[in-house]
Write a protein that binds this ligand. Structure first.
Ligand code: FIX
Ligand code: ZN
Length: 409
């Protein structure tokens, strides 16, 4: 008997708890790393960038130097009270969050939201957000070389098991020899020259820290001109250190490619942009390292179809998420369709990239609102083609794709 596909997809998403494989979230026990509540939410760099579009250039720096709560007041007035309707994806996100928390999104100021947040402990707020968003686990972005984060790992702290670790490599590998002093300071005898000693010490760093963190994978963000093979320092370190470590430890190497950092530095975190990547580099990487699983997210929309085709050629490539400027309904719809059509279920359709805990309340609702109709259409086609589809089939597929896929838990 034919099932009601729409209902089955809705039920599958309702009954499955999400594993969010890329976020910038941290537990309350990590003190200042934990970001939550209205002031952090409203000063998310996406919203600050949108605010800066409305400010005279001469005022942007002053705005960025204000204390966070005052910045939040400026953003709130500019983007939610005084202006036109808040229909950008980042603005809509705030409305969804406030609605989920039972707050009035047309309030003149943030006082009601601040009150609600201040009245709860960080632990209770975390429970509330996880519960309401249907998220079971989030993967962090962990950098032992970060001056705020490092001491937590050096000194120890209680890690909420809902937060899993990912070793982020940017600051240890990019712009070599900049990382040399930081690595030396924590006991790794790297040299300025990219020689055997340096490679050995970086491999030791990767191994030690993947072990300490029980890292689910290692991740790095790379510019559009990243080439492999190449004499470029980052490419050399990926080849000599990261890929072999991923292979030996049997964890994925995640590459997030296409970011051009700081095209407009005055916007700080909001000042990064993107460019297209030549995916022939990925073909060469996947061919040279058949025993390494590559989790790939690429920033340029132009590259998405080619990424799917490349993944068809190399089973050790798993596309994941609609990253950053792609995390908008029109583009998620397109990317998810082409991934399912070319790769079936062998991809991880989405991650949230949440930086502020509250964002789990909108990023997932919004993504699922867009992704669910894509699945409904594919499962309807399958049923109409004569496949005796069951509700359990759909549940199994969604549990796999939104539970981290085959490579992760
Ligand atoms: O490099 C990254 O992981 C990016 O996701 C972030 O650095 C970026 O600023 C962001 O927040 C995108 O959503
Ligand atoms: Zn990110």
């Amino acid at each position: 008997m034919a099932i009601n596909v729409e209902q089955a997809v809705e039920n599958a998403f309702k009954s499955h708890k999400i594993v969010d494989i890329h976020t910038h979230l941290y537990p309350a026990s990590m003190g200042p790393m934990y970001l939550a509540g209205p002031d952090e939410l409203i000063t998310y760099h996406y919203l600050k960038a949108e605010t800066s579009r409305n400010l005279p250039l001469s005022e942007v720096e002053g705005f960025n130097n204000l204390p966070t709560d005052q910045q939040a007041d400026v953003v709130w007035k500019m983007l939610f009270v005084g202006g036109t309707s808040p229909i950008s994806e980042a603005q809509l996100g705030v409305v969804t969050v406030m609605n989920a928390l039972g707050l009035n999104p047309r309030a003149d100021d943030l006082s009601e939201f601040r009150q609600l947040h201040n009245d709860m402990s960080a632990e209770d707020y975390t429970d509330l957000v996880f519960e309401k968003s249907g998220v079971a686990k989030v993967y962090m972005t962990n950098d032992p070389l970060d001056p705020s984060e490092g001491p937590f790992w050096q000194n120890g702290f209680d890690l909420d098991p809902r937060f899993q670790c990912v070793l982020r490599l940017d600051s240890a590998l990019m712009n070599w020899p900049e990382p040399v002093d930081k690595l030396k300071a924590i006991g790794y005898e790297v040299e300025t020259a990219l020689n055997e000693t340096t490679f050995r010490e970086i491999r030791r760093y990767l191994n030690d820290w993947c072990g300490k963190l029980d890292a689910r994978y290692m991740a790095i963000s790379l510019p559009p001109d990243f080439e492999y093979p190449s004499d470029d320092t980052t490419s050399t370190l990926m080849k000599e250190c990261v890929y072999p470590t991923a292979r030996d430890r049997r964890i994925p190497s995640a590459m997030m490619v296409g970011v051009t950092r700081q095209v407009n530095p005055i916007l700080k975190d909001g000042g990064d942009s993107l460019g297209s990547w030549d995916l022939r580099n990925l073909e060469r990487i996947a061919r040279d390292w058949p025993d390494v699983n590559f989790l790939m997210t690429i920033l340029s929309r132009e590259d998405q179809h080619e990424l799917c085709v490349t993944a068809r050629k190399f089973p050790n490539i798993t596309p994941f998420g609609c990253w950053w400027f792609l995390n908008n309904p029109s583009i998620i719809q397109e990317i998810t369709s082409e991934r399912i059509e070319l790769l079936g279920t062998s991809c991880v359709p989405q991650h949230s990239d949440a930086r502020i805990l509250d964002q789990l309340l909108y990023k997932w609702t919004h993504s699922i609102r867009t992704i669910a109709p894509v699945f409904v259409s594919k499962y309807s086609d399958l049923q109409n083609a004569g496949w005796p589809l069951t509700e359990q089939d759909i549940k199994n597929d969604i549990a796999l794709m939104f539970g981290g896929g085959n490579l992760l838990d």
